[in-house]
Write a protein that binds this ligand. Structure first.
Ligand SMILES: Cc1ncc(C[n+]2csc(CCOP(=O)(O)OP(=O)(O)O)c2C)c(N)n1
Ligand SMILES: [Mg+2]
Length: 763
């Protein structure tokens, strides 16, 4: 046994726990000092200023657009959010400038600044060849002219995205609150407060795994730090197993992530630091998650040099494997939550003018002039350059092409998958060879079929990682992953905290940045804890990014129904997730399907909810050895017949098969279509069958109200009405809550007799 076994001995010796100290406002330098100490060159100082100006100009444009007062877009009616970050430019520019240009950032609903800064810094860091790839029309250009062109294109694409234009970074599918440029490591702004934090954490997990020297900067506001998934993420980032040599062995390396907490002192309107939390300094959040307080410090977020300094030091810590880091940037937004918020209900004019007096642009401009880095004349030229660039970009964006309405659902899914594994990932390092899973008469249990699929896919592609609660040494609550850690090691099979939102959210970030996570949800009921990450993040990013990113994640969710576990461990929730466009929803009913579909799911580049039933785990069936793939979205006719079609999926298939046997004795010949995949849905196979039989019952274990069975019934009605000899009926669980008592649960779940009764109502 190479894994660490805990040897915890009781020890109740009285002592005091030292929570340590968190430094605040360490940096007191000026631009002159920074240049003298070689922290910065004069041109770099000017870049900081230009980038802050770019953000200010961009957001003042939004303010003016609302009143129609932006000259180059006269008459253009801007609709969409107006969460400007005016006042906070130093944090965006300081942080992005303190990182390498290919590092990752995630951002928020107030993320124009982060997005612009990230792009500006990245473009400056690029070679001419890389810049040409961004502006192919300028391929003949080079040097400063090419740089200018790429910068203007950056501003243009950002404005075009705000305006919902096809030329926008996300082809107008995302807008300002979801703006992203994955080419430069901008993994997306996020309109869900806190929603991007686990994504950032997952990106850092993948950077740690690939050891690609990348740091992630996770921007999120003070308000977000009350959100569960944020706290889950902080805990996750500090997991002992990442650095503790007993677990991490020679792979010890702290998570390379900087949580940049932008404390502008307000959630939407309430004070996050004094009103709705019990702490006066948000940096104290770090103290709850690691013994070293995550190297936390409070930084003057109105001073771009202080922000730059803090981020440079934090990034160095991260690259040295000493992350994660939490930086609280003490900052302020001069406007309200959005332009519809007049601010006068919750803060004073005195407060606002005190912060206006330390406007990061004004104070930095003063320093630049005083230090002689720029003259008044050159400063005016720079301001004019930024304003003109913005005006030109906005004018072009306003008249550029809208997306074609016929493309409204284009980009919902990707049709790509990993048919060939790149050589770099095709020969994973193994700690030992996996023990073959033994078949009896060519048969495997459903759960061994899943384990075999996982093992084969992990052997095939080193990017496939498996994580979830207790999946490592213990092998998961149902032992499906037992032994995988011995073969693949803790880098690829690891236990997570009991943090479903972080499990599902880190998987999104890891998937966006090159890994192929298979995350286990011990019970499907717990998917509700993670519904934002599954539904708003995993499912939506391919579309919201205008197909600029794929999220190849598989969530394996186990349904506990039928075991007497009561209302919170028994739900069959796949119907709920079929209502979320962007997500595939699969539910195999046989061991062979479980293997073939899981293997295909892991290779597919769509986010997938893979539902399993604990009732099926010990069911045996023939399972082909080795490479066996079932295409997703293809239903399977499990029994042919001519009188009536049963459409079903999951464990209800067994009830349908039983019912069919009994009905055969009564001369009713039943055809059974096992959907296997609800999304994508193979309606053709259903319709072909119903057109033949003229009668149909749709059967699942979902409670009937709001069930996907209704979707099938209505589509049959719409598309095969002329072939029907009777209404389409549905069988499901009772419209209630799963009870614990055996007799009640038996009455609750549908069985073969329910199916037979429904079938007989069709004549
Ligand atoms: C999960 C979630 N809850 C509520 C909202 C509505 N909302 C949008 S921004 C915001 C305040 C966020 O405060 P903070 O994190 O400090 O960011 P700031 O707006 O100050 O930049 C709220 C409540 C949301 N978008 N997402
Ligand atoms: Mg805030």
């Amino acid at each position: 046994m190479s894994n660490y076994l805990s040897t915890l001995i009781p020890d109740f010796e009285p002592h005091v726990i030292d929570c340590g100290k968190i430094p605040a406002y360490r940096y007191k330098g000026t631009v002159k000092d920074a240049i003298k100490s070689a922290q910065l060159t004069a041109p770099q100082a000017l870049n900081l200023f230009e980038d802050m100006l770019t953000i200010r100009e961009f957001e003042e444009m939004i303010v003016k657009l609302r009143t129609g007062a932006y000259p180059s877009c006269a008459g253009y009616d801007y609709r969409g959010p107006t969460h400007v970050s005016i006042g906070q430019e130093a944090t965006a520019v300081g942080c992005c400038s303190g990182m390498n240009y290919d590092d990752y950032v995630t951002s928020t609903h107030r993320g124009h600044g982060d997005s612009l800064a990230k792009g500006c810094v990245a473009i400056r860091g690029m070679s001419d060849t890389e810049r040409k790839a961004r502006v192919p029309d300028c391929a003949a250009s080079s040097g400063p002219a090419l740089l200018d062109a790429a910068m203007e294109d950056h501003v243009y694409r950002a404005i075009a995205e705000l305006f919902g234009k096809e030329d926008g970074y996300c082809k107008g599918r995302g807008g300002g609150m979801h703006i992203a440029d994955f080419r430069v490591g901008h993994l997306g702004a996020n309109a869900i407060v806190g929603g991007g934090v686990p994504i950032a954490t997952g990106a850092a997990m993948s950077a740690r795994y690939f050891r690609n020297n990348r740091v992630t900067c996770c921007f999120a506001g003070d308000g977000a730090y009350a959100n569960g998934v944020v706290l889950e993420s902080l805990n996750w980032a500090n997991m002992g197993q990442l650095t503790d040599p007993r677990y991490a062995k020679d792979k010890a390396f702290g998570l390379p992530i900087v949580y940049s907490l932008i404390n502008n002192h307000y959630g939407m309107t309430g004070r996050a630091d004094v009103e709705v939390t019990g702490i006066s300094d948000m940096a104290r959040r770090a103290a709850g998650f690691s013994d070293n307080n995550m190297h936390a410090e409070v930084v003057n977020g109105m001073d771009v040099l202080a922000c730059l300094d803090a981020m440079q030091r934090a990034a160095t810590l991260c690259r040295d494997g000493k992350g994660p880091v939490l930086l609280e940037f003490d900052s302020y937004r001069f406007y309200g939550h959005s332009l519809s918020d007049p601010r006068n209900e919750y803060r004073t004019k005195e407060e606002e003018s005190a912060w206006r007096a330390i406007d990061p642009l004004v104070t930095f401009e003063k320093q630049l002039l005083e230090s002689g880095i720029i003259s008044e004349k050159k400063l005016a030229d720079l301001k004019a350059k930024v304003a003109d660039r913005n005006a030109r970009a906005a004018g072009r964006a306003a008249v550029s092409a809208d997306p074609d309405p016929r493309d409204v659902i284009k980009y919902m899914y990707t049709d790509t998958r990993v048919d060939t594994v790149p050589a770099a990932f095709a020969t994973p390092t193994l700690l030992q060879q996996p023990a073959p899973i033994k078949r009896t008469d060519g048969q495997l249990t459903y759960k061994d079929a899943i384990k075999e699929a996982l093992t084969e896919e992990m052997l095939r592609d080193s990017r496939v990682v498996v994580f979830g609660e207790d999946v490592a040494e213990y092998g998961g609550a149902f032992k499906l992953t037992k032994g995988l850690i011995d073969v693949f090691g803790r880098q690829r099979v690891f236990n997570t905290p009991i943090s479903e939102a972080a499990i599902c959210g880190t998987a999104v970030g890891a998937a966006m940045t090159g890994q192929r996570p298979v995350a286990e949800l011990m019970y499907m009921d717990f998917a509700l804890m993670a519904s934002d990450q599954i539904s708003n993040q995993a499912a939506k990013w391919h579309y919201m990014s205008g197909a600029n990113i794929e999220v190849p994640v598989v969530y394996r969710a186990s349904v506990g129904g039928g075991k007497g576990y009561g209302g919170q461990h028994s739900q069959t929730l796949e119907s709920m997730f079929t209502h979320i466009p962007g997500l595939y929803v699969l539910y195999p009913a046989t061991p062979a399907d479980a293997k073939g579909m899981l293997k295909s799911a892991i290779r597919d580049n769509n986010p997938i909810l893979f539902v399993e039933s604990q009732l099926l785990y010990n069911v045996k069936g023939p399972v082909p050895e080795g490479e066996y793939l079932i295409p997703l979205g293809v239903a399977d006719v499990k029994r042919t017949g001519k009188d009536v079609t049963l459409v079903t999926w999951g464990p209800a298939l067994a009830d349908c098969l039983k019912a069919a046997e009994k009905l055969a004795a009564e001369k009713i010949d039943v055809e059974i279509v096992d959907l296997r995949s609800l999304v994508p849905l193979d309606m053709e196979t259903v319709l072909t069958s119903v057109r033949k039989t003229g009668r149909c019952v749709v059967v699942s274990q979902c409670v009937s109200i709001g069930s996907f069975t209704g979707e099938i019934a209505s589509r049959i009605m719409a598309e095969a009405f002329d072939s029907l000899d009777a209404p389409v009926l549905r069988v499901g669980a009772k419209d209630g809550i799963a009870p614990q008592a055996y007799v009640l649960e038996k009455a609750f779940l549908p069985d073969a007799d329910d199916v037979i009764r429904a079938v007989k109502r069709l004549w």
